[in-house]
Design a protein around this ligand. Structure first.
Ligand SMILES: Nc1ncnc2c1ncn2[C@@H]1O[C@H](COP(=O)(O)OP(=O)(O)OP(=O)(O)O)[C@@H](O)[C@H]1O
Length: 264
């Protein structure tokens, strides 16, 4: 992806001192992170390190115990009802697994938000869905199929078409390439870049897939034990000088990140 032009100004998302525990399990322990306007930031980290919890806090699906999450400079922690909806209107999401509605044809999946939240009439919504499907390389005939009739890669494309349908300012990608072969992963990464660029959107993603990170990230942040322990431009990830990042990007079992494994 090309480097982003706007490094200054108000961050699109500004996270400060974010804490979240579930019972006695402290997951986020003071996350500080900025996502700049129109940049693509990817959060990496091991399984269970809190990536999904972090993204859910930003989305308002989980209430943090402490801390601040500003979107365009506006505090969003604690927003409810219409105020929360107004912020949600800026967001598009591509969930792990696609999260398509099995009972609806593809075009209705793509047009769902347009019809239900924006009140767009069915014919216009269908035309918009067809345009969005074309943007991810799918013909209008795919719109008439049901999700179960599609391959995993096509489902991801449909989920991407749905994520961009309402022209969000910020798009969240949760493991966008999980379960795809390397070639289809590359197609999806490329589509993500094109969609984010053509919308002029800001992207916040989480993934384990380093090939995907290298394709879609302007900047990378690594989360470990509930804090951001390294962040920097993607061009610097191979010379981070950080042992945790080194271990993660090379996938070594040995290193400072220890997986608790009990003997058999
Ligand atoms: N609703 C919840 N209730 C209780 N514990 C939770 C809840 N959501 C997440 N956790 C716990 O928080 C920790 C972090 O989970 P999270 O899903 O954020 O990890 P992750 O970094 O996204 O992992 P993965 O890469 O495997 O998806 C885990 O130990 C998980 O069990």
């Amino acid at each position: 992806m090309t480097a982003n032009g706007n490094a200054g100004g108000t961050p699109k998302i500004e996270i400060r001192g974010l804490f979240k525990a579930f019972g006695s399990k402290q997951v986020l322990r003071g996350v500080d992170l900025d996502v700049r306007q129109r940049e693509s930031l990817v959060v990496i980290g091991g399984s269970g390190s809190g990536k999904s919890v972090l993204i859910k806090c930003v989305l308002g699906l989980i209430e943090p115990d402490a801390g601040s999450i500003k979107v365009d400079g506006e505090e969003t922690v604690g927003l409810r009802g219409r105020e929360r909806e107004r912020v949600m209107r800026k967001f598009g999401m591509l969930f792990q697994g696609g999260a398509l509605f099995d009972s609806l044809p593809v075009w209705e999946n793509v047009a769902f938000g347009l019809m239900s939240a924006d009140g767009v009439a069915r014919p216009e919504a269908k035309a918009a869905a067809t345009r969005n499907l074309a943007a991810v390389g799918l013909g209008p005939e795919v719109g008439e199929l049901f999700p179960a009739e599609l391959s995993g890669g096509m489902q991801k494309r449909v989920a991407l078409a749905r994520a961009i349908a309402r022209k969000p300012e910020i798009i969240f990608f949760d493991e966008p390439t999980t379960g795809l072969d390397p070639i289809m992963s590359d197609v999806i990464n490329d589509l993500i870049n094109r969609c984010v660029e053509s919308l002029g959107a800001t992207a916040l993603s989480i993934t384990h897939d380093m090939a995907s990170v290298r394709r879609i990230a302007h900047r990378v942040a690594m989360i470990f034990e509930g804090r951001i322990i390294w962040q920097g431009p993607i061009a610097e990830i191979d010379r981070s000088g950080n042992d945790y990042v080194e271990q993660f990007i090379h996938g070594h079992a040995e290193g400072p990140i220890q997986m608790p494994v009990r003997p058999l």
